[in-house]
Ligand binder design. Sequence first.
Ligand SMILES: Nc1ncnc2c1ncn2[C@@H]1O[C@H](COP(=O)(O)OP(=O)(O)OP(=O)(O)O)[C@@H](O)[C@H]1O
Ligand SMILES: [Mg+2]
Length: 282
Amino acid sequence: MPEKNTMTENEKNPRIQKESTPESSRLKNGEKSTIKITVRNLDFFYGTVQALFDVSLDIPEHRVFALIGPSGCGKSTFLRTLNRMNDTIPGTRLEGTILLDDDDIYKVKDVSVIRTRVGMVFQKSNPFPKSIFENVAYGLRVNGINDKSLIAEQVEETLKKAYLWDEVKDKLNHNAYLLSGGQQQRLCIARALAVRPEVVLMDEPASALDPISTSKIEDLIGELKKDYTIVIVTHNMQQAARVSDFTAFFYEGVMVEVGATRKIFTKPDQKKTEDYITGRFG
Ligand SMILES: Nc1ncnc2c1ncn2[C@@H]1O[C@H](COP(=O)(O)OP(=O)(O)OP(=O)(O)O)[C@@H](O)[C@H]1O
Ligand SMILES: [Mg+2]
């Protein structure tokens, strides 16, 4: 009698394995979350120099996922692979698979579709040299909204979402550069949200800000995860512990450990993780 083939599709083809790792998909209350981004066997090269080695992890939907690790370990590189921002750097190469829901983002022909679905906020705020209003309206127009009153309505709604409305509602026509650094960063978050992304990538969004602005950004991140999936790079361990549900620790291009933030910061499995979070290196 022929042996029954009991392998699942995932076992047959591990490179597109969609089954989440128990660790990273288990939420604090024990319930399972949908996986928004699935990364499998990701290698990344700048020319001949490899910057990421065989990274596999799951990013759950409507949660905050933090990337930590010493300078140069590949956090920003990894973050940029999630919306194909690295495509803009000549000589780079990627192997492996990244799925956004069920879509292989490197097989999508129109990159702008991916960048709309996966928005990005950078370390240094970079508002356009336009009015506060126009910075947000830009994102709406990109998304095909042209009706004037609808734009005005949604600019207000988006600025409220970014916790900025009360501070700017009387000066919407002022140049964005006249805002403080912390306000400019929240304006950039508003601009990113206006495009209606599903995922927001943030690369050290608060590292240039004072403690009050930082705490505003952290509050905002906590609020945003209701509607978006957030992936954040931070050097600030307390911040990672405060804002994130899951944390991945990277070291020299390798994803050493991933899991619930509470576990990573209290009893990590790997000694390297422990050394890093206790400040013994990095
Ligand atoms: N455009 C680039 N061209 C060539 N090498 C690069 C480029 N950007 C980054 N690298 C290299 O890739 C590796 C990972 O860099 P990356 O910027 O991803 O690190 P990081 O963890 O974000 O560091 P930091 O915490 O300092 O921001 C480093 O060795 C870096 O020198
Ligand atoms: Mg970086």
